[in-house]
Design a protein around this ligand. Sequence first.
Ligand SMILES: N[C@@H](CCC(=O)N[C@@H](CS)C(=O)NCC(=O)O)C(=O)O
Length: 234
Amino acid sequence: MIKLFQFEPAFGLPNASPFCMKLETYLRMAGLPFEIPTATLAHLRRAPLGKMPYIEDQGRLLTDSSFIIDDLKLRYGDTLDAWMNPTERATALAFQRLLEENLYWAVVYTRWVEPEGWKLTREAFFGKLPAPLKWIVPPLARRGLIKELHGHGMGRHSREEILAIGRRDITALADFLADKPFFIDARPCSLDACAYAFLANLIWVPLESELKLHAQKYPQLQAYCERMRCRFYH
Ligand SMILES: N[C@@H](CCC(=O)N[C@@H](CS)C(=O)NCC(=O)O)C(=O)O
């Protein structure tokens, strides 16, 4: 059975990491049996690229949610995306990149840099660490994330600019989803695993960030998250 290594559930969500929640959602959507070994930060030390999620399957460790999904498709069949035409595939990839390579960093800013977000993030990811680690690790991790934000480029912008970038992405997602049940069509595809994980991590977290407030202006995004939850987490 596939072992899924990820952070422990937080914020009332399966995972506070959108990448972990994306992979868990994909496994559920594809109907692949998996188990989640007791989540602990110690798993992160075994992670092949130092990031979660990763899986252990048939004696192999695989990492990166997208590479894992590609590998699972090859070995267990592609039940979710096989129906898509090249234009739909290209569109799905473009939205995946918007979520993972751009909106993600605006969300990281609201969670790791803004003081209200940091309070919640600190508790969600490090709340269970024993002393003295729970005093030492969080500020180091936060410093690392701030460095990454700077390296990505997002962190070089002002707060207002970062929020404007995030709001534009959210508006694009809402406009493209419009009144469709799923992102590409009436059928869910693997982009929906990603979109749901990122949107739920905005709309359903107990952090009243400006990005959450913006996302909540679009009833279709809320209805979409509800639809995905009912269909794949029951
Ligand atoms: N491209 C990776 C991104 C995974 C990722 O960024 N994971 C973050 C959590 S959201 C992580 O494990 N960070 C821990 C660290 O950088 O130390 C994927 O798709 O799996």
